[in-house]
Design a protein around this ligand. Sequence first.
Ligand code: SAM
Length: 260
Amino acid sequence: MRKSYTATTGGHKARKRFGQNFLIDTKIIDRIIATIAPKAEDDLLEIGPGQGAMTLPLLEKLNQLHVIEIDRDLIGLLESFDKDNLIVHQGDAMKFDLSTLPTPIRVVGNLPYNISSPILFHLLENRSLVQDMTFMLQKEVVERMVAKHGNKIYGRLSVMMQAFFEVELIFIVPPESFEPAPKVDSAIVYLKPLTQSLVGDVTVFKKVVKAAFAQRRKTLRNCLKSLLTQEQTSIDLSQRAEMLSVADFIKLTQDYEKQH
Ligand code: SAM
């Protein structure tokens, strides 16, 4: 068996391959719970409850809480809490069918960093079922999510998130708040689906944004040459992708769609 253990916390050996960094700082946990501000009747899903650092304080406030955890070894621990209002699902959050839960649902979690982007994209696809989301992620990822055009860290993740969500960095969390401690800072991010996103087809939008950022140092004319020409859009294609606002990307996609 592959060795993936890095540290022992509360009898459980933290597994690197599941991105396990358990929260141990109660002040930080309190601040996260205050940010979520759960109301008893809220429908909530926690992704990756781990050993329950956030789960137990959430359970104190909620009539019911759903959790989805991939590590079978932690399922027994979660079930041993013996809480009637805790509904434990075992499986992969990236494949979890949100429509099986009461919706719109509030989603929270200290996400496994190695797969935070695919989880965010899975939730983006399912945003009509989501009320809001509060996540712990690597600070660098959150900074990219909230970055504005013209900034060198503005990229695909910034455009995809901001086209569909209001995105806000809430606060920074230092490595020593976890066991084992990660190498980098983390941050809490709040996402709320926009009531009216102007994007028509998500798949087409994704394709245009991906192509635009495929070679950041090249002009859009170059990056998008297989998709559309300058004659087909009012967006200036002599720019680089990082200069385009989210609204510009939406316009660009609409112009592309007119040709197809
Ligand atoms: N919430 C706990 C805490 O704050 O201490 C644990 C956070 S730890 C960073 C991430 C958790 O997500 C782990 O419990 C891990 O086993 C779980 N996990 C990893 N990949 C997952 C996946 N694909 N689906 C569901 N849970 C996953």
